[in-house]
Design a protein around this ligand. Structure first.
Ligand code: NAD
Length: 430
């Protein structure tokens, strides 16, 4: 997943979609030009006292891409490969994604260059609190609303919100504190989080896939699936697909993958991975994990398995011009952000393999984040049933809008999703 600049990929996607938009109007051209750069880039250094008593300085970013439709919205990533171009790309995709899901929000993203696995829990807490302090003036319920992303969790969001509360010059009333809590979503329930947020990206992906398969007339038979990535998103989509009659034959993490041709149990596989510290040997089928049921495979091999549905759910640029010709899946459901490069997109389109794009497939996460923001602002707490029902309706509407647009303008689903999003953003831009 190296060698491709995600911001260049994002801009190539923008210019392709722009070619479908009426550009005879000079105002539209100006607005499209504005959308080629973020509105604000915040560059922070975060000094952290390490457990050995020494100070280490970390580099962090918050990119606020566009707020024409509402406050900036987007997660915070902790990864050793975080770069400004990656955060810019992710913030751009957030602006598009919020518009696809028709949320009253813009796009932003944050990141810290760090391998969190090398930090103790106390160091991780000090880093997270330091980042919250560094960006405190630039975020807020009406300004910018961060959330979790790769390697960040509800617990980390809790530390950040606690730090923001501590920064307040006076004690807040209950109502004021709840409003302040809406600054960050993806919190644990005890910190003001929403029911269903943890698994929302995966569940939203299931709803989008079911809606799209029914449009593609690919329902009715037991479909096989391979999932790259076994974190929040990869695990949850695997679990929901398994529970809904799909056969998940392979999953992977950064160390490699496993292939269980009869179909694995995601819940048992996760338990086994937690116990053994690795996916290898976790060939869990039914209620047992059995070495004879599966085998170890590489991440590269997983992408090329002969499955019906391929789900990249790890990082950017997993599917490139090099492996796109070898992909055997009938449909790709992008659960990661930016997993397919524009060159790979062209190859897959020519090969007749539909790619259900990230800004649609994984928009369930930000949708429930928006519900959390709304609940905090109104001082409410909705039931899981209510949250999931709203999520289902939102995902089905978004999938239907994009399918219809793709038929109307006769192009791929990604370009159609961008055309839908751009239409809404351009309308909101002054
Ligand atoms: P996570 O940190 O929980 O999990 C990431 C997973 O990817 C881990 O299993 C990790 O081992 C695996 N991974 C990392 N590098 C890999 C590699 N080179 N090959 C294969 N696997 C690799 O993160 P997450 O929240 O599940 O996010 C995954 C993707 O989904 C990211 O692209 C993220 O931006 C996107 N996303 C997340 C959310 C959310 O709500 N968490 C919402 C929308 C999109």
């Amino acid at each position: 997943m190296v060698g491709t600049n995600p911001f260049e990929s994002a801009m190539a996607q923008l210019s392709k979609a722009a070619s479908f938009i009426g550009k005879s109007d000079p105002k539209v051209n100006e607005k499209l030009e504005i959308l080629k750069q973020p509105q604000r880039i915040i560059n922070v250094t975060i000094p952290v006292r390490m457990d050995n008593g020494k100070i280490r300085i970390f580099q962090g970013y918050r990119v606020q891409f566009n707020n024409a439709r509402g406050p900036y919205k987007g997660g915070i990533r902790y990864h050793h490969n975080v770069s400004l171009d990656e955060v810019k790309a992710l913030s751009f995709w957030m602006a598009m994604k919020c518009a696809v899901a028709d949320l009253p929000l813009g796009g932003g993203k944050g990141g810290i260059i760090v391998d969190p696995k090398t930090l103790s829990v106390k160091e991780l807490e000090r880093l997270s609190r330091g980042y919250a302090r560094a960006i405190a003036d630039n975020i807020g319920p009406d300004k910018d609303v961060p959330a979790p992303d790769v390697n960040t969790t509800g617990q980390i969001m809790g530390w950040m919100i606690d730090e923001l509360i501590k920064l307040q010059p006076k004690k807040l009333s209950k109502k004021e504190e709840m409003k302040l809590r809406s600054t960050i979503t993806g919190k644990l329930i005890k910190d003001g989080g929403s029911e269903g947020r943890e698994e929302a990206t995966g569940l939203g992906g299931l709803f989008v896939l079911q809606a799209m398969l029914s449009k593609m007339k690919l329902t009715g038979k037991k479909l096989t699936v391979a999932v790259q990535g076994f974190g929040n998103v990869g695990y949850n989509i695997a679990k929901f697909l398994h529970e809904n009659g799909f056969t998940v034959v392979a999953v992977s993490d950064s160390k490699g993958g496993i292939y269980v041709p009869e179909g694995l149990s995601p819940v048992l596989t996760l338990e086994c991975k937690k116990k053994n510290g690795t996916l290898v040997g976790c060939y869990c089928f039914g209620s047992v994990c059995d070495m004879k049921k599966g085998k170890q495979i590489t991440n590269e091999a997983l992408l090329e398995l002969p499955v019906d549905i391929l789900v990249p759910a790890a990082l950017e640029s997993a599917i490139t011009k090099d492996n796109a010709p070898k992909i055997k899946a009938k449909v790709i459901l992008e659960m990661a952000n930016g997993p397919t490069t524009p060159e790979a997109d062209t190859i897959l389109y020519k090969r007749g393999i539909p790619v259900i794009p990230d800004i649609l497939s994984n928009s369930g996460g930000v949708s429930v984040s928006a519900f959390e923001w709304e609940q905090n602002l109104k001082g409410q707490h909705w039931s899981k049933k209510a949250v999931n029902a709203k999520l289902k309706a939102k995902m089905e509407k978004a999938a239907s809008d994009i399918w219809t647009t793709s038929k109307n303008i006769k192009t791929d689903l990604r370009t159609s999703a961008f055309v839908v999003a751009l239409g809404r953003i351009l309308k909101a831009m002054k």
